[in-house]
Every structure is written in structure tokens, then in C-alpha cells.
Design a protein around this ligand. Sequence first.
Ligand code: ADP
Ligand code: MG
Ligand code: ZN
Length: 625
Amino acid sequence: MNKKPLDINSKKSSGGKRYFKNIGFIILLVLFGLVLFASSTQNNSNIKTIPLTEMISNANKGEYKSLTVIANSNEVDITPKNSNTASLKTYTDPNVSLKSLGLDYSKVQVNYKPQTSSTSVWLSILDSVLPVLIIAGILFFILRSAQGQGNQALSFGKSRARLYGNEKDKVSFKDVAGSEESKQDLEEVVEFLKYPKKFAALGAKIPKGVLLVGPPGTGKTMLARATAGEANVPFFSISGSEFVEMFVGVGASRVRDLFAKAKKNAPCIIFIDEIDAVGRKRGSGMGGGHDEREQTLNQILVEMDGFEQGQSVIVLAATNRADVLDPALLRPGRFDRRVNIGLPDRKDRLAIMKVHFTKKPLSKSVDLDALAAKTAGSSGADLANIANESAIIAARNSHNEITESDVTEAFEIVAIGPERKNKVMNEEDKRITAYHEAGHALVGHVLPDSDPVHKITIIPRGGTGGVTWFIPPEDRVFNSLVQFKDILARGLGGRIAEEIILGPDRITTGAGSDLKGASELARDMVINQGMGKKLRDQVFRVDDGMMIDRLVHERDYSEETAKIIDEEVESLITEAANRARLVIKANMNYLEKLKEALLEKETVDAKEVAEILTGAKVPKNALLY
Ligand code: ADP
Ligand code: MG
Ligand code: ZN
């Protein structure tokens, strides 16, 4: 979906218009040049001025055919008899007759002419006004084009709100798959906008602000637009980060402009995307307090308070971090309503995928339901991405419909990045990778609280050497301590397999990200989940933040506790490593078999893993209960 917003601020000139503008500019320049040339030549070229006495004596000698005296001026045009001679003129005093100056009227014909004809009046006016006009025109064009190119620079105080109003851009609730509860909540907003009188009659106050909260890609922006579409009202959209730009004071003036525009277009919706960019808690020391941001935020608050009842402008705002918002934003009369949008569950994932596959030729063999099952934790945007990627892959493979293998490949690309098939690994690296991945898979497979293996590959993907995937059979809300412990053990399974096969001193860097993941998980278990041994049921607060130039690490526990936390983390990791070691040592033949299969096929799927590993067992001392 690629919708073009209608930018209400800039009148973008198309390529054609700009072309004409340039031509016009050149024509003006040429005209200007011509006028300069003409006015400079007219006076002093062909016509030669001679003294009055010379004219009279020459006339009396019979050298001139005629003289033309221009009335009320002191000019006399001379027409010589010899047409080869240049035209001449002279100046006379109009109050003194030529006769009294000694001109012999029998030698030359003298004509009198009224001073100027009407055309020459116009011509002379034009003559003096045209250059001014042309200069003004040139200036106008220069300014215009400067504005066209640097539009932003001249209008930075204006809000960059985009107005979506085109019929073809319209999104409605039926385009948003799933999210039934969020839609119900927003249905209310639609009612308010459609029938404001109904609510006013009963004395109900229409809410001013609704906050949409949810992880990235869950369709917050889409829902906001769908709300406007359902209510059939204009939709002003601006992103929080657009408020905060180069100049101090710009943000606040943009807010003012945005709300002024919206009030003119009421009923309507203002949508502030990523409001956390401006709406963070004030004076929290983050970034040393950002004045510009605070001013912008204050202006938003002022504008929201300034709405009168019955104005039917509703402000929707989206964020994925409601916890960092300034409490002032959340007070009654501001964003006092909240709509939570979560990651889609399996049913919703299927619905979203159906929406995104409808316009694509999908082979009947593709099992979208199975794909929905595999994609726990994916957002709507991820799923849309999978659908799009499938179509690209199908096209690249010259299929005329999207096949199961196209969809699977797309899913894997979106989940961990594209295969790096042409990144060659030497034989030894390949062997180590095969052992490493087999280690993960073996440990994960046999431990009772780990998820089943979905797929193993030793083809490099994204940034990794190989991948072992575990996918939960169904969506899960909570994780138990034993599940976490099994996840830790299988995460270390790769490193431990290397250690057993290569010897403790030949372990490789292939386990770097595994170890990082394990240590982060262990720390989270102890600090945030109260899952430590000694520190059971206690949680600890750690605030990471930036003070002007250094990272601050604010914590609410003592040095002693910090030490105990470190010990707890270490003991979780050690325990996990030990369990992985016990499992692998007890199942060496299975490790070898899996490694062989990997070296041969490079990718082994869930069914094959289950076959190869039938009979593998957990040794008693690796069990937790
Ligand atoms: P957010 O604003 O929450 O980050 P978006 O609204 O920008 O997410 O969603 C990104 C894209 O994901 C949408 O353009 C749409 O293609 C897809 N998407 C997300 N949720 C849904 C949904 N419930 N139904 C259909 N498509 C969805
Ligand atoms: Mg968004
Ligand atoms: Zn690994």
C-alpha cells in the first residue's frame, strides 16, 4: 500500500511547470536586453545634432530639402537634399522665429508638426515603464523559484501536517484485520465525530485525546486513519519527530498552526504519530532537558486545553512507550483515553495474512494457518512484509503463483535475514558450525521445557554462521522459570558442543551472540522477574539514561546486592552450561548423526530432526525436577 499524502502546504510544481518557468525567465532576460539596447541606440546613432547657426547657414545655401519644426519643443528635424547624408537635427528657441534668425524661407521648405502623436505618448511611457516591469518580473521569478526549492526554509513555522482526504486513500476498519477490541474502542470516537449533537444533548463531554499504545508495526497508524475513514472526516497527520527540528520555537509554532488548521476543518482528527518524541517526561535529565521539546509539549497541552466543547476535533496519538510520557499529557481532558493494541494472536495473524495475500495469486497448497502458527510474536507489519516478500520471491523464481516454498523462504528472510549462499565457508568452519548447531538442537530437543526444533541450517544467514530455530507450538503469555532455564541451556548448547568436540581451548567466536543472549536473559530473570535463588521474589530498578555526555546507571540497590545479583547471574549460566554438557555427553552418537545430516543437507527440518534424535534421552542429573 503506497498512499500519497496530499500536502496542504506546498504547491509542488511539476516538472513541466518548472520548465515553462525557466523559459519565461529566459524570455524576460532577452526582452530586457533588447530594451536596453534600443533605448541606448535610439538617441545617438543616425541622427547628428548640429548648431543652430550652422543649420541656418546651410539651409540658406540650399543644402536642405526640408525642416520640420516640432511645436512646443525646441527640436528641428532636418532632411538634407543629399539622401546619403545622415539625418540631422538641431535645437531652437521656440519663442524666437527662424525668420528673425535669418532663415531664407525660399531656400527650404519648413513644416510644422504638433509635438507628439498619441502613439508616441504611449511609446514613451512604455519606454520608461517597461524596464521597471521587467526587473520586477525577474525578481518575482527569482523569489518564486527560491521558494519552490527551499519551500521548507520559508515556511518552517507552518505545521507539516498532511491531510488525507482522497477517496482512494481511504482506509476503513475492515482493512484492519483482527484487533477487534481496539476497533470497538475507536468505534466510540467515530460516533463522537459523526453525531456530536447526540452526546452534547445529554451533557456528555466528548473526549479530546485518545492514546494508541502498542509495539511497532501493530497497525496504530492504520487504525487512526481507519477511524477518520469510518467517521468520514479529514485526518491531519504529523509525526512527533517532525516537531523537533532545527530551530527553537518552531515546534511550538507548528503545533499552533496545526491546531488552527484543524479547527477550521472540524469535525476532524489530528493524529500525532510517535508522540513520545515530544511527549517525554519533562525535566527528567534525559539529554540534559530539551527546551525546544518542552516548549512544543507545552504548546500541545495549551492547545488541547483550549478546545471548546462541541468543537469536534479529536486528537489521536500513537506511541510504543506510554511509560515515558509526561504525566501532564495523560491528565483528564487531554489524552485520558487509552486504546491498547497488542501483537496479534494466532487467529488475528491468520486474518492479517489473508488481508495481505488476497490480491496475490496464492497456490492452494499454501497453508496460511500453519504459517500463522509459526509466526508468534510477529507484528502486523512483519506479516505484511512476509506477504510482500513471498510475492517478490515467487516473481524471482518465475512462478505464476506463490508457492509454499516461496512463503517459507519469505518467512525465514523476514525472521532472520536472507541466506548468504555465496558466502563460502571452509570445510573446517562448516564442520564446527554443524557441531555447534547440532549442540543447540540436541539440548533443546531433549530438555522437557524447551520448545520443539523447527529447523536447523548451516547456511549463513543474516550475520550468523548457522541457525537453529525453536518455535513454540502455540502462543504463550507467560514463561516459567524452568522454561527459562531450558532456554539458557540450549542457548549454551552450541558453545558446549564445540568445547566437547574441539577441546576447551579451541572454542570459537561462533558462540558470541549466544552468550550475549544468555547473559541478558539471566540478568533479566534475576533483576526483573525475581527468579534468583537468594533474591527470589525481589525486583530491582535500574534506570539507564543519558546525562549530557555520559551514560548514567541509576539503581536502587546497594553494592552488596549488586554483588549478589552478579553471583546469581553467574550461577544461572554455570548451571545451564553444566546441564548442556551433561545432555551432550550422554548423547554423543546423536550429536554425530545430526552433524552428519547437516553437513550433507545443510538444512534439516523439524520432522528429520525428530527422526534423527528419536531415542536421545535426558540424563537424570540434567533434570531440574
Ligand atoms: P504502527 O503505526 O503501529 O507502527 P502501522 O499502522 O504503520 O503500524 O502498520 C504497518 C503496516 O502493517 C500497515 O501498513 C499494514 O500493512 C500492516 N498491518 C499492521 N497491522 C495490521 C492489521 N491489523 N491488519 C492489516 N494490516 C496490518
Ligand atoms: Mg506508525
Ligand atoms: Zn549458536
